[in-house]
Design a protein around this ligand. Structure first.
Ligand SMILES: CCCCCCCCCCCCCCCCCC(=O)SCCNC(=O)CCNC(=O)[C@H](O)C(C)(C)COP(=O)(O)OP(=O)(O)OC[C@H]1O[C@@H](n2cnc3c(N)ncnc32)[C@H](O)[C@@H]1OP(=O)(O)O
Ligand SMILES: Cc1cc2nc3c(=O)[nH]c(=O)nc-3n(C[C@H](O)[C@H](O)[C@H](O)COP(=O)(O)OP(=O)(O)OC[C@H]3O[C@@H](n4cnc5c(N)ncnc54)[C@H](O)[C@@H]3O)c2cc1C
Length: 669
């Protein structure tokens, strides 16, 4: 993209009129001036490097995309070594890789799920052998769990690992077509190794799924090893540069030591020792789920940046004859589409920080052998992953449509943004399934709370009862814009939804259904309850952040408006749940609907500044509509002219097909 020469005057006016300093907010989003500086230096390192330049992805075939992804990912590994202090932690690494690899990081799973599984679950000996190879990129790993027949139901996986005490090896097989490993990223062509999840058999008994490190390809010529059949699963909705793959195993032998045996073991004679907690095998998924909350915040921030900047530049429909056409951002309906999403992006930025903090604290406890909070972490990460990724998924499509026709062009950046984001709702646990996991934890917590047990932080409110919650809400006063009241209202709504779903579970139980059957019968209500709980966590956390942040008064006021918009708009979207138990009256819901509309012009003053604060460089945004300088029309024309179809004035198909058609009657004339 060209460097900005002149800023579009409409966009400049928006920036001049803002009451907040976007930089103050950017520092908060990126955890302070030092971290922000590091982020920007990383961006400079990538975008000033000619090795990272390529033709736009949209003009490449899938094979070219794959090759370009590998090229960039490979050079990113070598260049990263020269960046020293700029890459201090996992977040820096993700940011760097996302920037450098651009169209798709071929080694994401190598550096996340493959490495994390080994770190988390391997014996010290296996760790010492594998980690240096992994870290120096002498091998490339992926995480092969999902099969053609099962992704969600892990206990139903069919791949087998039979222990042979004579050779002290596991023999791996894919016994059916449906047991073919299917979907793992970078499995088809790139990876040399995988953590493979398989049903463990020893001494004639099945002990359920366990992870094994399996070499797939030769480290000399990259050919697949005997007993291994590998390939790419073909083109997908998005992720064109990634070789999501399939894997079949045919009597493939691996040494006993390649089982990840920190928690469960198979002794040389085949004796099995079970783990202290079966769920420990699932830890790597919890880790990525918590990262998806972060990806949701960034995804929605990116969508709203494009849509709001473009809406400030786009003028349409003179209201009265002769009047200048207004910026579409000035229409209340356009504001109503976009500003609640802007507020949501901020709410998600704050909640992802909480998610990451909680994950790191509980994960440390798990490493130290304390498993008391493992269920809470699972309930929290599953709920927030599902809640935030669904909202972002829907929000991105609203952003795209708010850009009218130009939103449909690849140049808008939306098609790639959407197709790459939407699998966040599916992978790492399909969202409905995850909300059911959260609900299971909520129902249990409610029961324990009633028994007087002390509940962990995120569900502590379930040890109160609705009368207490109602009394607390009333004591907060009845100013419907008061954050304390809004949090109390969300709390009561969540509690009531959880109680309702629990009652349905109990009713099914009293009809004689077992717990699983009862949970299944009540599952629609349970999903609603988990959703309401996750919504509450986002609202409550946003409120806590408002109180903690040490910022200028002007920014505080704007953040408060965003909080109010997020919370009030959320009520209007689920008003039935607030009305049915009298948490709010019909008159109050109507008043809230009006407050939402009244907040829109207040946010409007700072809308562009609020998206500028997300600090997306044009190269990252990759959108003609969302450019910082707002020079949309000139760049749209340039973009179209660069389309390969425009390389020649007359396309070769003219001679092949059009000319014979157009000229077919000429000889008869
Ligand atoms: C600058 C940009 C910045 C961007 C930033 C970030 C970028 C990040 C981007 C992310 C990109 C990600 C790419 C990832 C690629 C995808 C990888 C995959 O999909 S890999 C494939 C992913 N595949 C999937 O995710 C598969 C989904 N399926 C599953 O996880 C499981 O089958 C299940 C959970 C649904 C059921 O399991 P099952 O064994 O049948 O269990 P039951 O139901 O019978 O419950 C038994 C007990 O277990 C308990 N428990 C369960 N889980 C956990 C846990 N994690 N922990 C603790 N506990 C857990 C449960 O609570 C219950 O307890 P209790 O009530 O008895 O006390
Ligand atoms: C882009 C992409 C990358 C991926 N990368 C990897 C990877 O690297 N490694 C890997 O191992 N896997 C990977 N996966 C696979 C992914 O993890 C699974 O697709 C995911 O876990 C969902 O499982 P499924 O496909 O079996 O869906 P299904 O479970 O078949 O879902 C289909 C429908 O059934 C419903 N459903 C299923 N079970 C229940 C239930 N118990 N109760 C109610 N409803 C239910 C779901 O809600 C959904 O509506 C990837 C997938 C994608 C799309």
């Amino acid at each position: 993209m060209m460097t900005a020469k002149r800023i579009n005057p409409d966009l400049q006016r928006e920036r001049d009129a803002a009451t907040i300093d976007p930089e103050e907010l950017t520092r908060i989003i990126f955890d302070g001036a030092k971290e922000l500086d590091k982020k920007r230096k990383l961006e400079d390192a990538v975008f000033n490097d000619p090795d990272y330049k390529s033709i736009p992805l949209n003009f490449m075939s899938r094979e070219e995309q794959y090759e370009e992804g590998i090229r960039r990912s490979a050079i990113a590994v070598t260049k990263k070594e020269a960046l020293g202090d700029l890459i201090e932690n996992h977040n820096d690494l993700i940011s760097y890789n996302t920037l450098a690899c651009g169209i798709g990081n071929a080694f994401f799973l190598h550096e996340s799920m493959f490495a994390d599984s080994i770190k988390r679950m391997a014996t010290d000996e296996l760790k010492q052998k594998m980690m240096p190879l992994q870290q120096k990129f002498e091998i490339i790993g992926t995480y092969a769990q999902t099969e053609m027949g099962h992704g969600t139901f892990l206990r139903g996986l069919e791949t087998t690992a039979h222990y042979d005490p004579n050779t002290q090896e596991f023999v791996l097989n894919s016994p059916t077509v449906t047991s073919t490993k299917w979907w793992p990223g970078a499995l088809g062509k790139t990876s040399t190794h995988a953590v493979v999840l398989a049903q463990l058999y020893t001494q004639g008994k099945c002990h359920g799924i366990h992870p094994f490190v399996v070499q797939l390809r030769s480290l000399e010529d990259h050919k697949s090893l005997p007993g291994i059949t590998l390939g790419d699963i073909g083109p997908k909705f998005g992720y064109g540069a990634n070789d999501n793959g399939f894997l079949r195993l045919n009597n493939h032998r691996i040494p006993r030591e390649n089982m990840l045996m920190k928690y469960s073991q198979v002794a040389p004679d085949g004796t099995y020792t079970k783990p202290p907690k079966a769920e420990l095998t699932y830890g790597t998924m919890t880790f990525i789920r918590s990262m998806i909350v972060r990806a949701s915040a960034f995804g929605l921030a990116r969508g709203t940046t494009i849509a709001i900047r473009y809406s400030a530049v786009r003028r349409q429909s003179e209201m009265r004859p002769g009047e200048p056409e207004p910026q579409v951002l000035s229409y209340p309906t356009q504001q109503y589409k976009l500003f609640p999403l802007l507020a949501t992006a901020y709410a998600f930025f704050f909640v992802q920080k909480k998610m990451v903090e909680t994950y790191s604290v509980v994960n440390q406890q798990i490493n130290d052998g304390d498993y008391t909070r493992i269920q809470e972490l699972h309930g929290l990460s599953s709920g927030l992953k599902a809640f935030t990724s669904w909202a972002t998924n829907v929000g991105l499509e609203i952003c795209r449509m708010s850009c009218g026709g130009h939103g449909y062009s690849m140049s808008s950046g939306f098609p790639k943004l959407y197709v790459d984001f939407t699998p966040n709702c599916t992978y790492e646990g399909e969202n409905t399934v995850l909300l059911l996991q959260t609900a299971r934890f909520l129902v249990k917590s409610l029961k324990e709370g009633k028994r007087g047990a002390k509940l962990p932080g995120t569900v502590a409110y379930l040890s109160s009862n609705v009368t207490e919650l109602r009394a607390r809400a009333t004591s907060a006063g009845r100013d419907l814009k008061d954050p304390r009241l809004l949090v109390a209202l969300y709390k009561e709504r969540a509690m009531r939804q959880i109680m309702f779903a629990s009652d349905k579970v109990e009713a099914a139980r009293s009809e004689g259904l077992d717990l699983v059957g009862a949970l299944n019968r009540a599952s629609v209500h349970l999903v609603r309850a988990a959703n309401a709980h996750s919504h509450l966590l986002v609202v409550e956390n946003f409120h806590e952040k408002l109180q903690e942040l040490k910022v200028s008064q002007k920014l505080k006021k704007t953040l408060l408006q965003l909080f109010q918009l997020y919370a009030l708009d959320g009520i209007t979207n689920c008003s039935g749940e607030f009305l049915e138990d009298g948490i709010l009256s019909g008159t109050e819901v109507k008043a809230i609907r009006q407050y939402v509309v009244e907040l829109l012009p207040l946010i409007r003053v700072n809308a562009v500044a609020l998206v500028d604060a997300f600090d997306f460089r044009d190269e990252v945004l990759d959108s003609v509509l969302g450019r910082y300088d707002g020079n949309v029309y000139e760049e749209l024309l340039k973009w179209a002219l660069s389309s390969p179809l425009n390389k020649t004035d007359v396309h070769p198909s003219y001679d092949k097909y059009l000319k014979p058609l157009l000229h077919r009657n000429r000889s008869k004339l």
